[in-house]
Design a protein around this ligand. Sequence first.
Ligand code: FE2
Ligand code: FE2
Length: 279
Amino acid sequence: MVRILFIGDIVGRPGRELVRRGLGPLCDYHQVDLVIANAENAAAGFGLTREIGDQLLEWGVDVMTSGNHIWDKKEAIDYIGTEPRLLRPANFPAGVPGNGRYLARARNGVSVGVVNVMGRVFMLNIDDPFAVVLREIEALRDRARIIFVDFHAEATSEKIAMGWHLDGRVSAVVGTHTHVQTADERILPKGTAFLTDVGMTGPHDSVIGVEIAPALGRFLNAMPARFETATGNPRLNAVIVEADEQTGRATEIERLSYSMEELGDLPEVRATNYEVRSK
Ligand SMILES: [Fe+2]
Ligand SMILES: [Fe+2]
């Protein structure tokens, strides 16, 4: 068995602090073998820098995925060329820097393929994620029985369709991008763990990570406003998938939501169900 922790979009400093302080206890407590995190908002809500990416890797993240915000910081173009553990959606057009897949090795020695693709509904109209993801899976197939897919997409319908598209072909399909965790985790009939959206690791007293006043203001008066990353109520949103390296099938999926305080309490207290932990 291999236990994979996937952390939902890390937003700004509050998100990074949750990872810095919480990842160690979280990995011990849940016996995690591999950590994947979506890092597209790690630098002040917009993109990723080399310094911040290297920090996340140092703190225990093994593979970073991303999405539409990957190019917000220009230096990401150089960084992605030298750091194979940072992925961008595989379905960007040919010639774009970086890669959409990575072959990782979990702490227990098991090879895990990681694939990042992005949806097209209410998003950038890039190459077909449903076709591209199959090519990426094929490229990893003979080196990894276990493959984990981050589908960065807006529409729940597109994400659920991708889950069915890949059922039996990969160990897990999880969604990112909306920053709101959904409660539909399940294992599909042919053995693929699925969750429509993992949620956000960042300030939850916000509008998907942004300060409330300017975000709300834009809805109230439709005038331009400067968006800053919020700070209130930081929570780490994640999911754990356990999979069998012989069959590639998922055996368990558990979604997580922790405050900083709850992460600090982890070694002592195990909350037994989601309702207890979530606020
Ligand atoms: Fe995001
Ligand atoms: Fe996004």
